[in-house]
Ligand binder design. Structure first.
Ligand code: GRF
Length: 208
């Protein structure tokens, strides 16, 4: 399957899934990366690997900026099967969601619907988790709809919150699980092991 990835930052999740495509654990190829930050770690890693990079959106007010429709057109030539958001901090335009129905996934570092939505990104999520006193957190992978973090949940993994955790410690513990989970979910998606229950809930079938 052809995969696109959207990143805004370091891109450790993208690297983890990319490595799983190289090792053969994920039967997919990253064919393009989209970023709003020209010089971020994720985009630089893609350039090193020879994966084309598209900047979207470009800086506000720039006349040459791509519109959402331009992006859909630009992506169409890559014959993309699935889009993975991996630390992409902008809202996905509805034009893109319509062009790739049931095909866009995001990873979020809390057990959604808790600690999700606009404003919950980066270390803010883990800070709020620690402040709330919950004993468990962990990543969620979900399909993307037109709001932040509200699409159908596909996978979650439980990570303990320890009594004296710092934000950095909790973030690192969750991130390790993100990398494993995103590679496993990408493998399932590429093997067409996601089925949609009649009530609209997506389920991953384990390997036969
Ligand atoms: C991850 O914690 C992810 O859950 C969130 O943004 C972070 C991205 O990290 N959406 P990285 O760029 O993959 O290292």
């Amino acid at each position: 399957k052809n995969l696109a990835v959207f990143v805004s930052g370091g891109g450790s999740n993208f690297r983890a899934v990319h490595q799983a495509t190289v090792s053969g654990d994920v039967h997919g190829n990253f064919v393009v990366l989209v970023t709003n930050k020209h010089d971020c770690g994720g985009a630089n890693y893609a350039r090193e690997k020879g994966i084309p990079v598209i900047i979207f959106p470009t800086m506000k007010g720039k006349p040459e900026g791509l519109s959402a429709n331009d992006l859909v057109v630009a992506l169409s030539k890559y014959k993309i099967d699935f889009i993975l958001l991996a630390g992409y901090l902008k809202l996905i335009p509805s034009e893109l969601i319509r062009a790739y129905p049931k095909s866009i996934l995001n990873i979020h570092p809390s057990l959604l619907p808790a600690f999700g939505g606009k404003g919950y990104y980066g270390t803010k999520v883990h800070k709020a988790v620690i402040a709330s006193g919950v004993r468990y957190s962990g990543p969620t992978i979900h399909f993307v709809d037109e709001n932040y973090d509200t699409g159908r949940i596909l996978a979650q993994r439980i990570v303990p919150v320890l009594a004296n955790d710092t934000v950095e410690e909790l973030a690192a513990r969750v991130l390790r699980q993100e990398h494993k989970m995103y590679a496993e979910v990408a493998a399932a998606v590429c093997e067409e092991r996601v089925i949609w229950r009649e009530d609209g809930v997506p389920i991953i079938q384990s390997k036969a």
